[in-house]
Design a protein around this ligand. Structure first.
Ligand code: SF4
Length: 505
């Protein structure tokens, strides 16, 4: 944590002027939010996506030809090293046994070797890599970019850093789902003032709960709204059912939530797995009929999430804890806009829109989460209800960039689900598409290690959010909500560019 004073000192030293602060000058209690990260290396080796191969005879010919060309210069070490690393500039064939034992992990899939020596080199996909995680985490359109969401999350959870390759973007122009949105980075001109290392503050705090439409000084206590839960980052950990969860996973989630100051959603019986089961970061997920039997949990809860909307459940929670924010899980579907309006009018404080783990609606709608969130947000704006309730979105949010994209579409914050499992390197037994059908291998995750991996993940995503906001010239993530002017949607651009052509053909 760094105080404003420390930041002022830093700013002053950059400009080479000595700080003069009068004794009477009040020091601010403002503390810049920062997530402390530290290394948490992977506990399992992740297979590399590429399988580079070289013909031994072909390689020997290349090396002999080059050795002949270099001649006496080969007495220099650098020439020998350059020769022995041929034909890959990333050192794939530069190990002790050169091309006879390629170091596959170093291959970025740039295909330079294949282009230069098509008869000697070959780069295939590594089949092991594609069975390591499910199709959503290893999408085909990422192949050729030298990475995948799984590799990115693995790096973030290991290091807590922003993944930067410095090789330029090699992927396709647009892809399905979140990859069809491009964020507006037109303000990326002031790196010393903004961003993670900048001097200006960018708030990533979001509110969970109902905001009153107007102030009423006459009816004290009547029509009272819930309190607002302030969360320092627009990310919470979502509920993972028992088939994708266990004591060690939940303990790591709870500890990471505590350290970062965010929240996690769990069933009361799952909460019993962890020591501090009534911790201040637990949002209990309850069936409306079970509220009364968990009265103690509800009384201490920072917020309560119901599995379905039921006026009885709402009343039961209010009777126990009259100002706790109450939300409901709502599978996102075509009818969601109307349903959300109804729920907002019934008095719910937040709605948790859930898609499947691949970012699709649960009722078979072909629309992606992004389109459905936009439809819900638009409807709430039309009904003048948008500022009253909070929208949480989960399902298929697996990369740091998906967070601002979901917020641009209209969510206030997101809940992370399978990203937790990937950060913890949990072994999958099935595709991770639907919560009730997916399975993981039962094993104990080292808790301290798991906690650090999740803290690192949030630290990296928080830094990336700051970078994106600064590149947009924004100082507060709450201002990004529903601001579609900050993004371009591939479908819209294609319609604009090709609609006339389609019409005349
Ligand atoms: S594809 Fe690129 S990184 Fe991989 S072996 Fe060939 S040159 Fe090296």
């Amino acid at each position: 944590m760094r105080t404003e004073g420390a930041l002022l000192e830093q700013a002053v030293s950059v400009e080479g002027v000595r700080e003069v602060r009068p004794d009477s000058m009040p020091t601010s209690s403002y503390v810049r939010f920062h997530i402390e990260t530290s290394s948490a290396p992977p506990r399992r080796k992740q297979p590399s996506p590429f399988h580079p191969r070289v013909s031994k005879l072909g390689l020997a010919k290349i090396l002999l030809a080059e050795a002949y060309e270099y001649g006496l210069r080969l007495r220099g070490r650098e020439y020998r090293e350059a020769l022995l690393s041929r034909p890959c500039i990333y050192g794939v064939f530069g190990g002790r046994f050169g091309g006879f034992k390629p170091i596959k992990e170093k291959c970025t899939g740039c295909m330079r070797c294949v282009q230069e020596y098509p008869n000697v080199c070959r780069v295939d996909r590594n089949p092991e890599f594609f069975t390591f995680a499910d199709s959503y985490w290893m999408p085909d359109h990422y192949i050729g970019t030298g990475t995948t969401p799984l590799a990115i999350v693995s790096y973030e959870a290991s290091s807590g850093k922003i993944p930067i390759k410095g090789m330029g973007y090699k992927g396709p122009f647009a892809g399905p789902g979140w990859d069809s949105i491009w964020t507006d980075m037109s303000e990326i001109v002031r790196p010393t003032r903004d961003g993670v290392y900048g001097r200006e503050f960018i708030s990533t705090t979001v509110d969970l709960g109902r905001k009153p439409k107007y102030l009423d000084f006459t009816r004290r206590g009547v029509g009272k709204t819930s309190r607002i839960l302030e969360i320092p980052i627009p990310m919470v950990f979502d509920y993972l059912p028992n088939n994708l969860n266990n004591e060690s996973i939940l303990s790591a989630i709870a500890a990471a939530s505590r350290r970062v100051g965010t929240y996690f959603v769990a069933r009361p019986e799952q909460a019993d797995w962890i020591e501090d089961s009534r911790g201040e970061n637990l949002i209990p997920l309850l069936e409306p009929k079970d509220v009364e039997s968990h009265a103690e949990l509800v009384a201490d809860a920072p917020a309560v999430e119901l599995t379905s909307s039921d006026p009885e459940g709402l009343i039961a929670v209010r009777d126990i804890n009259d100002d706790v924010p109450i939300g409901v899980r709502l599978p996102i579907a075509n009818q969601s806009p109307e349903n959300v309006v109804r729920l907002a009018e019934e008095g719910l404080d937040f709605i948790h829109l859930i898609g499947n783990y691949h970012g699709q609606s649960l009722n078979g709608s072909p629309l992606h989460m992004k389109d459905l969130i936009r439809a819900v947000h638009r409807k709430l704006v039309q009904e003048s209800l948008r500022d009253e309730i909070t929208l949480v979105a989960s399902g298929g949010i697996i990369l740091a960039e998906h967070v601002p994209k979901a917020i641009i579409c209209g969510a206030d914050l997101v809940a992370l689900d399978t990203t937790i499992l990937m950060a913890l390197q949990v072994e999958l037994l099935t595709e991770l598409r639907n919560a009730d059908q997916a399975r993981i291998r039962s094993e104990r995750v080292p808790e301290k290690w798991g906690e650090q991996r999740l803290v690192n993940l949030l630290g990296s995503w928080h830094d990336q959010l700051i970078e994106i906001l600064s590149a947009m010239g924004m100082r507060d993530v709450r201002r990004l909500r529903g601001d579609v002017g900050r993004a371009m949607f591939n479908e819209d651009l294609e319609k604009e560019a090709f609609s006339d052509i389609a019409h005349t053909s």
